[in-house]
Design a protein around this ligand. Structure first.
Ligand code: SF4
Length: 907
């Protein structure tokens, strides 16, 4: 069979890397970075590199269903249209809503927005991008008059100083980070990291400012004051191209001493940062979720932008404020108006813009006011005001704050339609109508990355028979609603042309987003479209003109705000959240790759060394973490990367993968009043240890239903290599919370605990027997360690294994009696089962599957540098994502060796 290679785009982060996909026999067999793509120039990070592993159909939604019954597409389409129309007729257009996603392609986004805003007549279209960069959008509009990202990736190659604010780019935007690493190496670019945590991005930093969470406005207002007082502002630029500077200086007034008090940073560190910024013209300030996800997110973004306006460091090569997006097509959504407070093509809900869009679309019933933003939209659902919602390609039951309220909203909502690629996620559990969508590799269209670069995403794989492109599903529903003429699209190409034409409609240079020169491209030209950045052949603001009515940028006067959830004696700690290096969003994509779980396999709660000591917890202990909103149970990771009083937890886990569910349940619905972006980086919390009486580990070739795990207060699951799943479960010492059918009268007695454990393990065994009938079962019990193993074999192969005992360490260090396992067993889950310590060590280099233990061993054996380790183990020699962690291990090893030497000399 011939190999087919196609240039397309990675579906993960906002870097938007070009990918060369190789397909054989209709299967994706390889991906590589596209050397010709300007965003990555051939590089890929580990997530992009493992795309091959995540393209299976095992967990796919394959058939449309209505009220739990599989139906054909015409029935599903008619049901969606009829039920929506009925609710609109009875309660008006604002009783319905769409909730979209930065995973959609621009063409999908365009038709969804057109249908709701143009033809249903409501502004109720919002997107999960609200959780990601809505504050940056609002700040851009306030300062520039339009949502324009001022930089592109080439600026990273030419900057002399790069400031990373609230961004662990090493993990969240790895390929862009590699560009920064190269700039550091090749031209001595300095890097400053501003983040309460010491992250992997600090590996290349000259300065790390571990500021008090939420104190960014004070830091940048102080910088603005410093620039002004030290005559470091570009007065010509301010005079020529901006307004409101004096008010801004006035509001920003903060001395370095005051900044130090507000940020908890030493005075000399603040001074060094200010001197560095003040003295470096070519400065890029990158900011992302650490800045945006706050009740003062918009002000924080404007505080950063103000410093760039004051120094004229915008519109020039190698300088500018650079908001980087989390999702692959958050920017495309912004271009078409996929947010509730935008209309389309960077037009707003003004009389002029409404008339322009109405005329262009021929929309009789255009929305005339913004709709509800994400958190508000789900609140309206919970109140019964929004009665129908169509959720596309996103999982709000995990990703929004206060997930209990989101679930209440979805329960109350009369009609929940979900189109997605997966069969199961936390949101789909509430769906009345489920619509199978095409996934990455099966779709055609365009995406826009963080630097405004529009790239083609091309179909490389055949889609499952019943899966449809999102634009097609929406267009079919629009037809069934009676809007055939306005939605006479036959392909993504036709939608793109209309989108391009709208960007130029009544524009005349007023809006920089104008790609109307592409409105008449041929189908072949669309198919062959090469990545291009808008504004076409121009750098934003290079002519010192902005998109405001005056053409001048606006200094927004801002003052420091406070977090919505204040700490107090009851909730004394601050919880921060973020992404891990190898996982993506709510794991609907990465959750099938065992490789991507090898870096971190559990939703660990990171606790600082001093808090661990103070609260008496150790690594791997279970703790209960509670906020005013909710609580969860998970294991501890003790770390030196956090300041005392701060905790960190990843955002990815959910009820499909862990009993903890989503960390979002701990966050309140407080939002930035301007952008509507929720505060997902700051919750006031407390924790207490959870004592356990029993742990169990299960390896099974099929996953277990959640119902079989109800007796365990804690469980997590992960895929294992060569198929199958590993579960880790724990039972709390007191059985008061055990719902496993233990006699209530005997609560708290040791006997009950034993009964409870027995029943819980027995229920797991029963479930395994049910899942794998006809297995030959072997049991082994060690009366000394009280460890019990139960293994099911079929046709000479190990099908499942259950190991239980009083402590986790007993299970992980367990060596299996090999004689019980037939030699012909091929299932590699056995490697873990045998308690292989090397395999249990976390992966540092995912590309070459090199573990922490192997790197430590190589260091012991004499390797001293990154390149020596690379030669010995190949680690760190491909995508580079693991280099900061390898460097950290080298530093640790050197420190320990020095301490040992010192102690020897002292002896
Ligand atoms: Fe994909 Fe982002 Fe990694 Fe590039 S950096 S390969 S876009 S996840």
């Amino acid at each position: 069979m011939d190999l087919a290679t196609t240039c397309t785009t990675c579906p993960y982060c906002g870097v938007g890397c070009g990918v060369v996909a190789t397909v054989k026999d209709e299967r994706l067999i390889a991906v590589a970075g596209d050397p010709s793509h300007p965003a990555n120039q051939g590089r890929l990070c580990v997530k992009g590199s493992t795309l091959v592993e995540t393209q299976g159909h095992e967990s796919r939604m394959l058939v449309p269903s209505v009220d739990g019954v599989d139906v054909d597409w015409s029935t599903a389409t008619r049901e969606v249209a009829d039920r929506f129309m009925k609710i609109i007729d009875q309660h008006g257009p604002d009783s319905v809503a769409f909730y979209l996603s930065g995973q959609l392609l621009t063409e999908d986004y365009y038709v969804a927005n057109k249908l709701m805003k143009g033809f249903v007549g409501s502004g109720n279209v919002d997107t999960n991008s609200r959780l990601c960069m809505a504050s940056a959008v609002a700040a851009h509009k306030r300062a520039f008059g339009e949502d324009i990202v001022a930089c592109d990736y080439e600026d990273l190659d030419t900057a002399d100083l790069i400031v990373l604010v609230g961004s662990n780019a090493a993990w969240t935007h790895p390929v862009a980070y590699q560009r920064i690493v190269n700039a550091v190496k090749n031209r001595g670019t300095e890097v400053v990291v501003i983040d309460p945590r010491s992250t992997s991005s600090c590996d290349i930093a000259t300065l790390h400012l571990a500021l008090k969470p939420g104190s960014d406005v004070a830091l940048f207002n102080g910088l603005l004051t410093y620039l002004n007082q030290n005559d470091l502002c570009d007065h010509d630029f301010i005079e020529m191209a901006t307004d409101n500077v004096e008010n801004c200086f006035q509001a920003a007034q903060l001395s370095i001493i005051e900044v130090s008090a507000a940020t908890h940073l030493p005075i000399d560190l603040v001074t060094r940062f200010y001197e560095c910024f003040g003295g470096t013209r070519k400065t890029v300030t990158i900011f992302s979720q650490g800045v945006n996800q706050s009740v003062a997110g918009t002000d924080k973004c404007n505080a950063i932008i103000n410093c760039h306006l004051a120094t004229g460091r915008i519109g020039i090569k190698g300088a500018g404020p650079f908001s980087i997006t989390g999702q692959p097509n958050a920017m495309g959504g912004r271009e078409v108006g996929g947010m509730a407070n935008q209309l389309a093509a960077h037009m707003d809900f003004t009389t002029q813009h409404i008339a322009a869009v109405q005329e262009f679309w021929g929309a009789r019933n255009i929305a005339t006011a913004p709709g509800a933003k994400a958190v508000d939209l789900f609140d309206k659902m919970a109140l019964g005001e929004i009665k129908a919602v169509w959720i596309m390609a996103t999982n709000p039951a995990v990703s929004l704050p206060d997930t209990a309220q989101v679930k209440k909203a979805l329960t109350r909502c009369e009609l929940v339609v979900v189109s997605d690629t997966v069969q199961r996620n936390d949101t789909l559990e509430f769906a009345d109508i489920m619509l199978p969508a095409r996934g990455w590799g099966e779709k055609d269209g365009t995406v826009t990355n963080s630097e405004r670069c529009i790239s083609r995403q091309r179909q490389v794989l055949p889609a499952p028979v019943s899966a449809r492109a999102d634009w097609q599903i929406i267009t079919d529903v629009a037809h069934a609603m009676g809007f055939q003429k306005a939605f006479a699209f036959e392909s993504a190409y036709e939608i793109f042309k209309e989108h391009a034409a709208l960007s130029g409609h009544k524009n005349s240079g007023k809006r920089l987003f104008d790609i109307s020169s592409l409105a008449d491209i041929s189908k072949t030209e669309y198919d062959e479209l090469q990545p291009f950045t808008w504004p076409i052949k121009k750098k934003p603001f290079e002519d010192n003109r902005f998109s405001t009515a005056s053409g001048r940028a606006f200094f927004v006067a801002v003052t420091p705000g406070v977090a919505a959830q204040a700490t107090n004696a009851e909730y004394p700690l601050v919880l921060n959240t973020g992404r891990l290096r190898d996982q993506w969003h709510t794991m609907t994509r990465t959750g099938t790759s065992s490789k991507l779980f090898a870096h971190q396999s559990q939703p660990l709660i990171e606790v600082s060394l001093s808090d661990a000591e103070q609260y008496g917890v150790n690594a791997d202990d279970l703790i209960q973490l509670s906020s005013r909103q909710g609580s969860l149970v998970s294991r501890v990771k003790v770390t030196e990367t956090l300041q005392p009083g701060q905790l960190f937890m990843p955002i990815h886990w959910n009820e499909q993968f862990a009993s903890t569910g989503s960390v979002g349940q701990l966050f309140s619905r407080a939002v930035d009043p301007i952008s509507g972006q929720p505060e997902l980086k700051h919750a006031a919390v407390k924790f207490e240890p959870v004592k356990t009486t029993c742990w169990a580990r299960v390896f099974s070739q099929e996953t277990l239903p959640r119902s079989s795990l109800m007796n365990f207060q804690y469980w997590v699951r992960k895929p294992v290599a060569d198929g199958g799943w590993e579960f880790e479960c724990a039972i709390e010492e007191s059985d008061e919370t055990n719902q496993g059918g233990v006699a209530e009268s005997s609560v708290n007695s040791g006997i009950v605990n034993k009964n409870s454990v027995f029943k819980s393990i027995a229920s797991l065994q029963a479930q395994l027997k049910k899942l794998f009938p006809g297995c030959h079962i072997q049991n082994y019990r060690d009366s000394v360690s009280q460890v019990h193993r139960c293994m099911g074999f079929h046709a000479g192969k190990l099908i499942y294994s259950l190991v239980s005992g009083p402590s986790l360490s007993e299970l992980t260090s367990l060596s299996l009696p090999y004689q019980l396992i037939p030699e012909q067993s091929q299932w590699r889950g056995l490697t873990n089962l045998a308690g292989n310590r090397a395999a249990a060590s976390p992966l540092v280099c995912t590309c070459f599957e090199v573990t922490k233990a192997e790197i430590e061993s190589a260091l012991e054996m004499g390797s001293e540098t990154l390149s020596e380790l690379g030669k010995a183990l190949k680690c760190g020699t491909n995508c580079g994502s693991c280099v900061p962690e390898i460097n950290q291990l080298i530093r640790q090893h050197t420190k320990t060796a020095e301490q040992n030497r010192y102690q020897e000399v002292a002896r």
